[in-house]
Design a protein around this ligand. Sequence first.
Ligand code: SF4
Length: 198
Amino acid sequence: MRALADLAEQIGFAELRVSHEQNIVLPHVAQSDLMFVFDRLKREGLATANIGLLSDLIACPGMDYCALATARSIPIGQQIARRYQHLERELGPLKIKISGCINACGHHHVGDIGILGLDKAGVENYQITLGGRAGMDAALGEKMGPGFTEPELVLALDRLFEAYLALRLGSDEVFSETVSRLGTTPFQSALYEVADAA
Ligand code: SF4
């Protein structure tokens, strides 16, 4: 925060904006200063070029910081970002949004993949929605079915991403387009593959 504050004072009009997608915008930067800004951010470990990709996800404060939470949110986001780091460029543009309770501060309803953390008999349980969108063509994500425990969740996401990579027409077809083209049924099947087999 201090490094960003220093940078904002040095370049641009001492102004930083926090976006609803949990990114920080440094406005009013002269084009000629861009490399300086990049080098400075790189030094601070803040220059990851992941905008719009899997690890650029939204997670609400969840049980770590919010008294209303029914499940953790931030550690789930961190786990997902780490687990699929090697795959995120191949997966392409993808919006994952995580809320730690039904108040939906993580905007999970409008994520390509929405994750809602609930409490099920004292155990955190994560429900998945697919196909949500914000913007002019806004749509609420479709609830896929019963929730997953934390260990089950990442295995379900493994299957979901595998299905997407197999079903997309090519690397140009982003996740949301594949879901729009095929509907959620094949992805729902992938998510519950193991549960169905059992
Ligand atoms: S969605 Fe729930 S847990 Fe997350 S910040 Fe909002 S009220 Fe808190």
